[in-house]
Design a protein around this ligand. Structure first.
Ligand code: FES
Length: 123
């Protein structure tokens, strides 16, 4: 049911944790399943230099947040904003249909963290 990549990211998730004094923090949840995802960003000169996540959720939510952090690390804020849940699913070699919303959560968490960064920057 799950690809090797999903299993890999679920059993050894990358970039787990939190960043103290993060430049942007995004927390999103899915009211239906109750899962919560939080992403922390360190940003220097519009480049994401570090990213960590904490996910209280299903295995697919952990795998999608893990790969999403890998996908945006080293990218510019602008590039990271273009990450779609579809790209997340593709990077994991697919997800079962009932787990697609977990990838949407990952996309939303990245966007929420960037929005938080942009809001703080504008202050
Ligand atoms: Fe809701 Fe996976 S079941 S995020």
């Amino acid at each position: 049911m799950y690809s090797d990549k999903v299993m890999d990211h679920f059993s050894s998730p990358r970039n787990v944790g939190e960043i103290e004094n993060a430049d942007g923090v995004g927390e999103v949840g899915n009211a239906h399943c109750g899962d919560i995802m939080k992403i922390y960003l360190k940003i220097e000169d519009e480049v994401i230099t570090d990213v960590k996540f904490k996910t209280f959720g299903c295995g697919a939510a952990i795998a999608t947040s893990s790969i999403a952090t890998e996908m945006i690390k080293g990218k510019t804020v602008e590039e990271a904003l273009k990450i779609t849940n579809k790209a997340v699913v593709e990077s994991l070699d697919g997800l079962p249909p009932q787990k697609i919303h977990c990838s949407v959560l990952a996309e939303e968490a990245v966007k929420a963290a960037i929005e938080d960064y942009q809001k703080k920057k504008a202050q």
